[in-house]
Design a protein around this ligand. Sequence first.
Ligand code: SF4
Length: 196
Amino acid sequence: MADYYRAGSGLRPPAAALQSWTDGLAGNDAARLSALLTAFLASDWAALSTPLEVERPVNLLLPAGGLTVRITGALDLLLAKDLQIVDFKTEREITPAARANHALQMYLYREALARETGREPPAPVLVHVRPEGLQALPLTPDELAAQAPRLEALLGRLAAHASGAPCPPVPGPHCAWCTFAGVCAEGGQAAKGPGA
Ligand code: SF4
């Protein structure tokens, strides 16, 4: 989607271009990606006419005890006029646990953007890209409010660990995105999903 937006919204790639995006993928993966691309191109999200920023970098420095934690990331899409953060998600199902993790990510991105711009961005929107159509899932005020104490607890754990306290693995859906999943016995199983 980043390539699509960079090329200019309103662009409708021909079928041949769609095909090239799925080249090299195994059958089921190619079919799924093709279905997701078709759904995206048929949606209003493929025809945005507002100023956009694609994969805009964000940086956030947070105190944690005597440490400073740097959070970095990139916004999938920013509707620049309103500072509307949009994040596309392509998992088959957004479970409550996954949504909670997405909410923390979006909270951090929104904080970074607020500090950088001096404005308060609206609630970020997750867009679930599904073969049957895209679904916009704005984060609720309650979800956003829940992230501040959650972040504080995480930073507290980090600071305690830096001071020598044990830091045991906490496996969960987030392990799917962890670069240590291959060497982490507890998280490796969680990263494969239930029943794997
Ligand atoms: S894979 Fe292990 S280290 Fe990574 S998030 Fe999961 S439990 Fe933590």
